[in-house]
Design a protein around this ligand. Structure first.
Ligand code: ADE
Length: 352
């Protein structure tokens, strides 16, 4: 195969000019040429939301956040409970807590203007290597390497990198830095991520359509499917628990409590439950109210460090039962505003 006639950078940017995905926070190449600049508040919000999920899933959350809090000043003043409720379902709830802290710091230390350098951005709460580089490149054209999972996969294939994704970040960073466009750092970063998301996909990549396949070592050797090399899988520890869905006769209200302010799903609302534990006898905690339990189904959920199965127990109780200390009754139509995490939404769907 002959060497490609255009540089990887130029080919990628030409492709991005024609195929950039339209996203609510994105300034497309033709708009950029006309002088439009991305709003760092919008880009920051979208990048925090997009970690661990797809952009398609992010869009409705993003639009809701902007309706509720059009500027970083508004978000800095929002209550954490309101932010949690708007975040519910996106997962990794520490990010929702850091959103408010970060917004407050941007207001108090930077008069509401996000700083332009990756290093200053990285000093803000909840902003790490990836997000700082993404905002600096996209909003301020900083020529930095923006490396997410999509970009890792693209470069693992371009260079047949023989390390699993968890070990190759620095190698990829170095290689991306060597190709970054000095004039269009933001478009280069977004182009690589779009390429990874739409063409250089984990399964069945569309190599024939790839604008940089002429630079791709794995493509030349016909071994694209072998990269990135798989990381040996560690068995996920299992935990179990019992969750109680208790409803009040009359208005159908359901009993909720708040999780502790630190740790997993911190500060979010939940149905009362036993400990979530690998030891079966930890599930023997007394239920929050004494009543005749009906067995519901089970709900499973995968957290970063363990897999959880909750057995659902359900009961209707007398209308005059008071909520135990630290708990409250919530009407079913109020549940969407209570900041229930995805796991608890699954429990609600499973009960009755
Ligand atoms: N995934 C996360 N952030 C992205 C971005 N800015 N462009 C494309 N894909 C992304």
């Amino acid at each position: 195969m002959s060497e490609p006639s255009s540089s990887l950078t130029d080919s990628l940017l030409d492709w991005y000019d024609a195929h950039a995905r339209a996203l609510p926070w994105r300034v497309l190449p033709h708009e950029r040429v006309a002088g439009v600049r991305p709003d760092p508040y919008h880009v920051w919000l979208s990048e925090i939301m997009a970690q661990q999920t797809t952009l398609k899933a992010v869009i409705p959350y993003y639009e809701r956040f902007l309706q509720l809090w059009p500027s970083v000043f508004d978000l800095a003043q929002a209550s954490q409970d309101e932010i949690n409720a708007a975040w519910a379902g996106l997962g990794y709830y520490r990010r929702a807590a850091n959103l408010k802290k970060c917004a407050q710091k941007v207001v108090s230390d930077y008069q509401g203007q996000f700083p332009a350098s990756a290093s200053a951005l990285k000093a803000l709460p909840g902003i790490g290597d990836y997000t700082s580089a993404a905002i600096a490149a996209i909003c301020f054209e900083a020529p930095v390497a923006v490396v997410d999972g999509n970009v890792e996969r693209v470069f693992a294939r371009l260079y047949c990198l023989e390390k699993p994704p968890s070990a190759m970040k620095n190698d990829v960073k170095e290689k991306v830095e060597a190709h970054v466009s000095a004039q269009r750092a933001g478009d280069f970063a977004q182009g690589l991520m779009d390429l990874g998301a739409t063409i250089c996909t984990p399964k069945n990549p569309a190599c024939a359509l790839c604008p940089i396949h002429g630079h791709c070592q794995a493509f030349k050797k016909g071994v694209v499917a072998q990269y990135p090399i798989a990381k040996p899988r560690k068995a996920q520890p299992l935990r179990k628990g019992i969750v109680y869905v208790i409803r009040r006769n009359g208005d159908g209200a359901v009993l909720l409590r708040k999780r502790p302010d630190k740790g997993l799903l911190a500060g979010l609302s939940e149905f009362p439950s036993s400990h979530w534990s690998a030891q079966q006898n930890d599930m023997m905690m007394a239920p929050p109210v004494a009543c005749a339990w009906e067995m519901g189904g089970t709900v499973s959920h995968v957290f970063t460090h363990f897999k959880l199965t909750l057995e659902v127990r359900q009961a209707w109780v007398d209308a005059d039962i008071l909520a135990p200390q630290g708990m409250w009754w919530a009407l079913p139509e109020e549940l969407s505003g209570q900041g229930l995490p995805g796991l608890m939404q699954k429990v609600w769907e499973e009960a009755w």
